[in-house]
Design a protein around this ligand. Sequence first.
Ligand code: AGP
Length: 614
Amino acid sequence: MCGIVGYVGVQDAPSIILDGLKRLEYRGYDSAGLAVVQLDGTIGVRREVGKLIKLGELVAAEPVTGQIGIGHTRWATHGEPSQRNAHPHVGTTCEVAVVHNGIIENFLALRQELEAEGCHFTSETDTEVVVHLVERYLSNGANLETAVRQALTRVQGANAFVFLCCHEPDRLIVARIGNAGGITIGFGEGEMFVASDIPAILEHTRDMIFIEDRQMAIVTREGAQVTTLAGEAVEANVHAIPWDPIAAAKEPYRHFMQKEIYEQARSVTDAIRGRADFEAGQVRLEQFTLTQKEAQALEKIIIVACGTSAYAGLVGKFIIESLARIPVEVDYGSEFRYRDPIVNGNAAVLAITQSGETVDTLAAMEEARGKGARLWSIVNVIGSQAMRISDGVILMHAGPEIGVASTKAFTASLVDLYLLGCYLGKLRGTLNDSQLRKQVDQLARLPDFVGHVLEHGDEYNILANEFHDREHFLYLGRGINYPIALEGALKLKEISYIHAEGYPAGEMKHGPIALIDEAMPVVAIAVRDHVYDKMISQIEQVKARGGIVIALATEGDTDIAAKVDHVLFVPPTTPLLSPVINVVPLQLLAYHLAVRLGCDVDQPRNLAKSVTVE
Ligand code: AGP
């Protein structure tokens, strides 16, 4: 998704902006640019297609300086990646510059209206219409703030904007309509920062506010004045962000994804910390208030999520139904609102979203809200939209996840789902105190088990060397590990571009078995649980047809090696927590195959970290 950085203060704006955009590279982009109000009072713009290093070289060759500016990394929606379509955009008079995230749905009608007035467009973007609109109102005598307010009354769709104007070089105007990704404002000493995501400005400040839907902010060196689009003053809460800048840095790892895979012993610990009370044998959820009566009145839970988070939701179904004995449905965020779901006040809709800004998941939440459901969310990014609109929030506490392919946020959400299952089980009486204590105790060694798997990284290089040239993989799992087969396949395809399918193992004979041959490795999750024997049977069906099997097996299983071609061992644990451990070898397998293939692991082609457009 597009990345936005703005600055107003006493430092050189271009260097602050370029550094901030670099910390947003993980969001995926295809061009970049910046604009500053220069010391001579004109707006200087530098834009370049391709990676940020190209923009840096352009700025070095043709310097622009100033103490107020805006920058952008663009993920093309309207108009191909090119210098003229890159943001920032200026209008005919070059008095105003804008950067934008989202889609102006009525841009064509607006463009025709503006062209009829004599506006000359230089790009194919939807963005350009808004800067011409602002210039129109400026020319009618409005100041920048008023001109922006007037312009935004004409704009439809979910959008986030940051404007600057050469006539008012002391301020940025920030505006948000709908869910096009967040806009964060950071407070410095005599300087202020604006960004579409926390990591861009974390090294400058941890004190931030978050602009909500249909809000604007006038940002000057002295601070930020937040209002509604109509102009009513809004009291914005300043959040102290607990993440440290180091957490958002990559070193000493080669990739953010590698770092985040190896951070999981710590991030799983952080997800447990403060919520599992091992002494009392209880679970506490700090931002989650539910009475026993409300819990017992719940008729069902619907989990809505996308991508990897949806697979966490499938695991959550097993966990919550087992511990709290409440029916759980799982829906893709992109499907939920189009099926006229049966939802009412006796249902809870639980969104799982690392970014908290995924537009399909947010739309599902709004649909649920409109049907009277209780809204919960499991979120990683503090201050994100999903967090703000929820009645109850369980934070992942995974720290900034920069790699586009989600890893530590996924395992953190599984821990959160387990904690929620315990919490609901206690309230609904499906877990008595001793049963609850037993479940809580299972969490104690989980970080160790994750760390133990991470100690055995070498064997993945061997597998990557052997299988990097394969074009297809099949992942098989049963029961609570079926979603882990789906997630393992997604990890592989999204970072290595090798086609991979995850399948419930029992379904293999209903079709995919036709694909089995020595060219397509089969990854089978065959840990010692109640469906182990069934998995062995599936493995034998694959082998009988000349297939290659890489098995995930429980340490101490001395039988399986003779049945398969490769074994990746994991420590034994309670079935409901086994997905947290079992996914780690699959993350490492995908990572090493992608590295062996020379893929851009942290910024895979076509992918974005937060999908804020439909
Ligand atoms: C994860 O590896 C993928 N990049 C993607 O499927 C992601 O899980 C999905 O876009 C949902 O993101 P969210 O958790 O931020 O809502």
